[in-house]
Design a protein. Structure first.
Length: 279
């Protein structure tokens, strides 16, 4: 029986077992997927001994993505560009790492809005951390015209400009309202709005009415930011779709079947998130 897992510290919150075990049942695969708590000081040992362990691979959640990047034997071009790994697999007895966050976002967007084109549009991303970097790279690969970044720390924006080039530009919060008039895609790539955190503070009254508004947060399923966008008529995209789609390639690498993200799976995980919110 093939076994995979998700590693993190803490790990209790992860929905990955719900997703992967659903697929194992659906495709009648003799396998298992579980949560494995790994402390930061133990991460290198876990990855170095993966080939000799019972696991054929793992997903990686916070705070281990950068540490795993440094611990694996081989990283692909995408993980190399991001400096972070969220999916680990074995190939020719080598421990390999990739990152599926960007492709998960793009697949989620295309599934929800198949007619939405990215070519020559301007995107605005709030945040400049690892998630933002993955989204920016994926958008530019898909032909996005320009990507503006709103972030408190300017050096992080400058780092993204150095990495991705002239199509990435800085937006000062004071000038954001004007830039929103012409943007085609607005993405919250911060943790603001997540349960237990304050909502994202961004005035979107002047937002292009045709702009798609996406939030990478999936708990709650609809953030205050998303609700505001929906109330003023903008199409919206929650973070749950990205969570589901980023899991696809790992499952295929480990178990040999490319799984489908269905409405049934979406409903199953959404119900679990809602259940967890109840007192």
């Amino acid at each position: 029986m093939k076994k995979a897992c998700v590693i993190g510290w803490p790990i209790e919150h992860s929905r990955s077992p719900l997703i992967h075990n659903y697929w194992l049942r659906k495709y009648n695969i003799d396998g298992s997927y579980e949560k494995t708590p790994v402390e930061p000081q133990s991460i290198e040992t876990f990855i170095r001994t993966l080939a000799a362990s019972e696991f054929i691979g793992c997903n990686v959640t916070i705070p281990h993505k950068e540490a795993v990047f440094n611990a694996v034997d081989i990283v692909d071009e995408i993980a190399g560009r991001l400096g972070a790994v969220n999916t680990v697999f074995l190939k020719n007895n080598k421990v390999c790492g990739t990152n599926t966050d960007g492709e998960g976002f793009i697949a989620s967007l295309h599934q929800a809005y198949p007619a939405f084109g990215l070519g020559n549009k301007t995107a605005i991303i709030v945040g400049a951390g690892g998630a933002a970097k993955a989204i920016i790279g994926a958008l530019l690969d898909e032909g996005m015209g320009k990507v503006g970044i709103i972030n408190r720390t300017r050096e992080r924006i400058h780092s993204l400009q150095r990495q991705f080039g002239s199509r990435v530009f800085k937006i000062d919060m004071a000038a954001a309202s004007n830039e929103l008039k012409t943007c085609g895609l607005l993405v919250n790539a911060t943790s603001q709005g997540m349960e237990g955190q304050l909502p994202l503070k961004l005035d979107i009254q002047n937002l292009n009415p045709n702009a798609l508004v996406a939030d990478l947060v999936y708990a709650p399923l609809e953030t205050v930011f998303m609700e505001r966008a929906k109330n003023q008529g903008n199409p919206t995209l929650g973070g749950l779709g990205m969570l589901l789609h980023q899991a696809v390639r790992g499952f295929e690498l480990w178990f040999g079947v490319k799984p489908e993200v269905t409405a049934e799976l979406h409903a199953l995980v959404a119900a679990d998130i809602q259940k967890a919110r109840k007192p």
